[in-house]
Design a binder for this molecule. Structure first.
Ligand code: NAD
Ligand code: MG
Length: 395
């Protein structure tokens, strides 16, 4: 039998990170943990190090590093501890590493994920924001390094499973008419519009079907998550925005579909549990046990579909507009959204302000070409600055 694959999990203490480690722990013969990173939950990172014995762990600052190092020694482990963004890039690109789970949330995951791409690693991409921000540059880097890019987002993983393996020849070449991207509609799918001004962060994070980190939970409530996923799908599958239709499917059992020119529509179904796409990508092109219970169609009983209402979900329209504008627009959209969601979670703004802030930022800044990474970071920084000014004006 071949040696176990060495895996780095960026964002190990998060929802996706923990699900990844759950799948890995079921297959000690196939996978070994090389590197783990954490950011704020350092006691949890220590516990994960004790359980998975990585060679390297990464924390955000020197003080946490000294603490973790001491705790690791006391537990009898000689895990090396690295610090900050450079440490993240190091565990993402280390020669011993075969595959990297990119599961840091937001723009903070961009450099480490690109570092794994540039080193030609197999990339399990959960950190959709990294691809949304850098689009063409990211895909060029993947092609240049020969890295294998596998989607973890359940929708994109479903689409990937429903496409033929040679889809990179072009969607029309392989007979695809369109991609149907499913969305649950989140917790506010039926909330009276007038009540949306009063919803709380905890209500926004109480997703009906999925348990996720708080930022993506708010994105799911606003459907900005689906907007980011639309842009993500365009890059992953070389689709035009008009080829991607969003379909609300409240049960979250169908994870997305591909519509072919002969009238066939292929779908991937399963219980809403991220361990399925994670196991699929880890073992691809083989299949392994993920720990997810088999789907019981009799208890699901019915599958419903609705067209999304753009009045209820203005963020979906803003994302479509940014996808059409291209260049710096998706990076600005993403950055403004990150600031707005953080402000909403902190109780500084109300829920409808999220879309208003993003729209004002995008309307007040021209779209510029982004031919290099520095231009993406400049667009990201400018959008954050405008978003902060918007928040200050709100008082
Ligand atoms: P989470 O908040 O549960 O975890 C985020 C992880 O990132 C944590 O390990 C945290 O320590 C780390 N982190 C946060 N800020 C950081 C920073 N500034 N620097 C370094 N590390 C930092 O989030 P999640 O739900 O696991 O989502 C992670 C990513 O996966 C997101 O991009 C999300 O969109 C994507 N995703 C998540 C799900 C899901 O079901 N949770 C599904 C699809 C895609
Ligand atoms: Mg998704």
């Amino acid at each position: 039998m071949s040696r176990p694959q060495q895996i780095t999990v960026l964002g190990a203490t998060g929802s996706i990170g923990l699900s990844t480690l759950d799948v890995i722990a079921r297959h000690p013969d196939r996978y070994q943990v090389f590197g783990l990173s954490g950011y704020s939950r350092l006691a949890q990172l220590l516990a994960l190090c004790i359980q998975h014995t990585p060679q390297v762990a990464v924390v955000p600052d020197e003080r946490s590093a000294r603490q973790l190092q001491a705790d690791l020694r006391a537990a009898g482990l000689n895990t090396e501890v690295l610090v900050g963004e450079q440490g993240l890039c190091d565990i993402a690109s280390a020669p011993a590493v075969d595959a990297v789970m990119a599961a840091i949330v937001g723009a903070a995951g961009l450099r480490p994920t690109l570092s794994a791409v540039n080193a030609g690693k197999k990339i399990l991409l959960a950190n959709k924001e990294a691809l949304v921000m850098t689009g063409a540059l990211f895909m060029q880097a993947v092609r240049r390094s020969g890295s294998v890019l596998l989607p973890i987002d359940s929708e994109h993983n479903a689409i990937f499973q429903c496409l033929p393996q040679d889809f990179a020849r072009g969607l029309s070449q392989v007979g695809v008419r369109r991609i149907l991207l499913t969305a649950s509609g989140g917790p506010f799918r039926e909330t009276p519009l007038a009540d949306l001004a009063h919803v709380t962060p905890d209500q926004a994070c109480a997703h009906p079907n999925w348990s996720m980190g708080r930022k993506i939970s708010v994105d799911s409530a606003s459907m900005m998550n689906k907007g980011l996923e639309l842009i993500e799908a365009c890059w992953l599958f070389d689709a035009k925005p008009a080829q991607v239709e969003v379909v609300i499917h409240p049960q979250s059992v169908i994870h997305s579909l591909v519509d072919y020119i002969d009238g066939s529509v292929l779908a991937q179904l399963g219980n809403p549990d991220m361990r399925t796409p994670i196991a699929n990508a880890l073992a691809w092109p083989e299949r392994i046990n993920s720990g997810v219970a088999p789907l019981d169609l009799f208890s699901v009983a019915r599958l419903d579909f609705q067209r999304p209402d753009e009045q209820r979900f203005p963020c979906l329209r803003l994302a479509r507009e940014a996808a059409a504008a291209g260049d710096s627009a998706p990076a600005m959209l993403n950055a403004a959204n990150e600031v707005a969601v953080a402000a909403f979670l902190d109780g500084r703004i109300r829920y409808p302000h999220i879309a208003q802030l993003i729209e004002d930022v995008l309307n007040n800044e021209p779209v510029v070409p982004v031919n290099e990474l520095e231009a993406v970071f400049a667009a990201d920084a400018r959008a954050r600055e405008l978003a902060d000014q918007w928040l200050s004006r709100q008082g």
